[in-house]
Write a protein that binds this ligand. Structure first.
Ligand SMILES: CSCCC(=O)C(=O)COP(=O)(O)O
Ligand SMILES: [Zn+2]
Length: 205
C-alpha cells in the first residue's frame, strides 16, 4: 500500500474538484471523483461533501467492490459506478462525475443516446482523429439503487461494438473516464463544451 500514490491521487482529486466547481459542474454536494491506485485500490471522494472545497480528509480508499479500506469511512453513494468502470476498463485510471446544466437538461429531453457530430472537440475522444467522426453517448434512466443502475449500464456496454468513455444518467449527471486525471478532465471539458453547444442549438431551433 503506497501512501505516496494515495497522496498524489488525493491531490489530483482535490484539484479536479476545484476545476469542476469553477465551471459550475458540481453544485451543492453533487459529483464524485476517483483515481485508480497502483495497488488496485481506488481513491474516491467521501459522500456528501462539496467537491469544490475538498481537502485531504475528503478522499478515502475503497477496493474494487467499493468496500472502504477503513471501517466506518463512507465513500461516495455512487462508488459502485466508479468501480464498475474500473472493473470493466483496465485502462481507466480516473473517473469524473458531474451534474452540469447541459448534461441534466439534455439527458431529460433526449432518448437513450445523445449523438455528437461535426465538432472539432470530438478529437478529444479515442478513435476520432478528425471532426468528421461522431460519438453516441448512452443515456440510462436514473435509479437510486446503484447496483441495479450499474447492471443497466453494463447491459448497454455489452450491446455496443465500441464503448465511448462516458455516459449520461437521465436528469442526474455524466460519468467520464480516462487513463489518468488529465485525460479524464480533458474529455469531460470537451464533452461539456459540445453538450453546451447542443443546448444552444436546441434553444435556437
Ligand atoms: C446532492 S447530489 C445527490 C447525490 C449525487 O448524485 C452525487 O453525485 C453526490 O453524491 P456523493 O455521495 O458522491 O456525495
Ligand atoms: Zn450524482
Amino acid at each position: 500500500m503506497s501512501d505516496d500514490a494515495f497522496a498524489a491521487a488525493t491531490a489530483a482529486i482535490i484539484q479536479a474538484g476545484r476545476r469542476m466547481d469553477r465551471f459550475g459542474w458540481v453544485p451543492a454536494t453533487a459529483g464524485n471523483i476517483s483515481v485508480r491506485l497502483p495497488d488496485g485500490f481506488v481513491a474516491i471522494t467521501r459522500s456528501g461533501g462539496h467537491k469544490g472545497f475538498l481537502d485531504a480528509a475528503g478522499v478515502i480508499r475503497v477496493d474494487l467492490d467499493g468496500r472502504p479500506l477503513r471501517a466506518g469511512d463512507r465513500p461516495s453513494a455512487e462508488t459502485g459506478l466508479h468501480c464498475g468502470i474500473y472493473r470493466r476498463f483496465p485502462d481507466a485510471g480516473a473517473v469524473l462525475h458531474g451534474h452540469s446544466v447541459p448534461v441534466t437538461h439534455l439527458s431529460r429531453t433526449g432518448g437513450d443516446r445523445i449523438l455528437l457530430e461535426g465538432y472539432e472537440l470530438l478529437k478529444a475522444f479515442p478513435g476520432l482523429p478528425t471532426h468528421a467522426g461522431a460519438i453516441a453517448l448512452p443515456v440510462v434512466d436514473n435509479d437510486q439503487d446503484i447496483p441495479r443502475l450499474q447492471a443497466v449500464v453494463e447491459r448497454r456496454w455489452d450491446a455496443l461494438a465500441e464503448v465511448p468513455p462516458g455516459y449520461l444518467i437521465r436528469g442526474h449527471g455524466v460519468y467520464v473516464w480516462g487513463a489518468d486525471m488529465p485525460a479524464a478532465l480533458m474529455r469531460l471539458e470537451a464533452l461539456e463544451f459540445m453538450l453546451a453547444c447542443e443546448l444552444e442549438k436546441r434553444r435556437a431551433a
